[in-house]
Design a protein around this ligand. Structure first.
Ligand code: FAD
Length: 172
């Protein structure tokens, strides 16, 4: 086990195993910070392999009724966050704008993948939430998502089309 970084300055708990597995504050692999395939691998467990006669995908499958891994958590969280921007008023009151900023700050602290939360808070500190209209907020959220996409080596999304994806549906 590598102990190169500290998760918590008070308890000095190691942050990662040498295989890149992120640990939780208890020093065990953090379920919401790692993908299920990696967690199965370090536990020496095997996913279900669909039979060779199956017509569907031959990719290994993992149980669906388990606590979320980093990917399932991320997909549902982005669905919630983008849907919030999609239903946000076009002209929000000053009070709602203030509450929205508080929500984002609290969300950044409570997000259940702590490594993701730390980076998200860091990103927000230099990219202050823009919440003065639905259009601004939706674009800001798209940029936030793109920052994570870039970090993970994924394709970025065209933020000019966020409303089609999350509010109106695609134009034919
Ligand atoms: P997702 O990235 O979850 O996207 C879901 C759908 O959103 C896509 O299918 C696409 O249609 C749409 N979409 C994609 N990009 C955009 C965009 N820019 N704007 C609007 N719509 C878009 N995972 C980690 O491994 N490490 C991290 O540090 C990390 N940090 C995260 C921080 C936050 C705040 C959140 C909410 C999630 C984080 N995740 C992190 C999870 C990660 O972003 C993905 O959710 C996860 O990897 C699953 O990715 P996916 O390819 O299924 O699609």
């Amino acid at each position: 086990v590598e102990t190169t970084e500290k998760h918590d300055t008070e308890t000095a708990v190691p942050k990662k195993l040498s295989k890149g597995i992120v640990l939780g504050p208890d020093g065990k692999p953090c379920r919401t910070c790692n993908d299920v395939a990696s967690l199965f691998a370090i536990a020496g467990k095997k996913p279900t392999t669909p039979s060779s006669t199956s017509t569907s995908s031959t990719a290994p499958t993992f149980p669906v009724d388990c606590p979320p891994d980093v990917e399932a958590l991320g997909r549902s969280s982005w669905t919630l966050l983008h849907s919030i921007t999609a239903t946000y008023p076009t002209t929000p009151t000053p009070q709602l704008q203030s509450e929205t900023k508080t929500f984002l700050s609290t969300f950044g602290k409570l997000y259940p993948c702590w490594v993701c939360a730390e980076d998200f808070q860091g990103w927000m500190s230099t990219n202050t939430p823009r919440v003065s209209s639905r259009s601004e907020f939706g674009t800001w959220m798209c940029e936030a998502h793109n920052a994570v996409n870039l970090k993970l080596g994924k394709q970025t999304f065209d933020c000019g089309r966020w409303e089609e994806r999350w509010r109106t549906g695609w134009k034919d």
